[in-house]
Write a protein that binds this ligand. Structure first.
Ligand code: ING
Length: 310
């Protein structure tokens, strides 16, 4: 028997604009209690798990959006999660908008251990969307307006008996995200996402295609870095804007071993054997044996694509 980490992936249903933090936290706490009752070691919550996906709204003055952010973690509203964690020996990850004391805004996720202590913090690096109002879009996606790119890199932490990493939503679409954690020996990546079911610029792109993209990215990230991936959605209709669900747990072979069935608050549970990462890390993806970094320079030297002349 390997190093089993019993994971609860706690999908959030929609959070409406007028739903307050206490209500949102009460829903999360319900799923944390359910996870504890099922013997989970850790619960993974979604991106921006305390509020509606507010980057869909335009504000001329960015300061008008500060009420969507947390200045303290834990704060009064989120303290019940940390208390339950400490009192019951269950860890968790939580996504939220972070407003720092010196006025910086990040899309953040924290890793909390079984003592209710914050072990790690990740700030979303790949911010999708745009910074200015774009009226031609069927809806806005203003993460570049309200958040700064993360400044903490892609760290991993030795905790819970393994090597745990985090990323957030759009990060999963960039292989660099998983590879940087893979190069640190990551065994489980916990990520939350809020992904619209439609494309604001391409009406013909179906929800099914977008669900395919999401699965593809997470399955590839898992297999190509021999790690577990836990992807947790906020799902359902928020103020007329639909987000897809598909919360899932993916094993190091890139296989989906557990998947949510609804677009509501839903907990899925799986015994993740962290030792299941070992075979691929010591064979197909033995990075030291197989990678040829002398040929990879463009990946960090060049940002955009430059096709050949002609
Ligand atoms: N949401 C979406 C995501 O990356 C998106 C935005 C969807 C970008 C589809 C590109 C294509 O899943 C967030 N919150 O990043």
């Amino acid at each position: 028997m390997g190093r089993i980490l019993k994971i609860g992936a706690a999908q959030s249903g929609p959070i409406q604009k007028d739903e307050d933090r206490d209500s949102a936290v009460a829903r999360l706490l319900e799923m944390m209690k359910e996870a504890h009752a099922e013997g989970c070691d850790m619960v993974v919550f979604t991106e921006l798990a305390l509020t509606t996906f507010f980057p869909r709204y335009y504000a001329e003055d960015r300061a008008d959006m500060d009420s969507w952010f947390e200045t303290d973690m834990p704060g009064p509203a989120t303290r019940p999660l940390f208390d339950f964690s400490k009192d019951n020996g269950i860890g968790f990850t939580l996504g939220y908008g972070e407003l720092t004391p010196d006025g910086h805004h990040f899309n953040t996720q924290v890793l909390v251990d079984k003592n209710g202590e914050i072990q790690g913090k990740y700030r979303k690096i790949h911010l999708p969307g745009h910074a200015e109002l774009e009226p031609e879009r069927s809806f806005q996606h203003l993460e570049k307006r309200y958040f700064e790119p993360g400044d903490l890199g892609f760290p991993v932490w030795r905790t819970m008996g393994g090597v745990i990493g985090m990323c957030i939503c759009n990060d999963r679409r960039w292989p660099e995200t998983f590879r940087v954690m893979g190069l640190q020996g990551v065994e489980l990546v916990a990520l939350g996402y809020n992904t619209p079911s439609s494309n604001s610029l391409k009406a013909s792109e179906t929800k099914e295609t977008r669900q395919h993209h999401s699965r593809l990215c997470m399955q590839a990230g898992a297999y190509q870095n021999a790690t577990w991936v836990v992807g947790v959605a906020k799902a359902g209709d928020e103020d007329g804007h639909h987000l897809f669900g598909d919360t899932m747990i993916i094993n190091p072979d890139g296989k989906i071993v557990a998947e949510a069935k609804t677009e509501d608050d839903e907990l899925i549970v799986f015994d993740c054997d962290l030792d299941a990462c070992r075979f691929l890390k010591e064979s197909t993806f033995d990075f030291a044996a197989h990678r040829r970094i002398e040929h990879y320079g463009l990946i960090t030297e060049q940002t955009g694509a430059i096709p050949p002349e002609g």
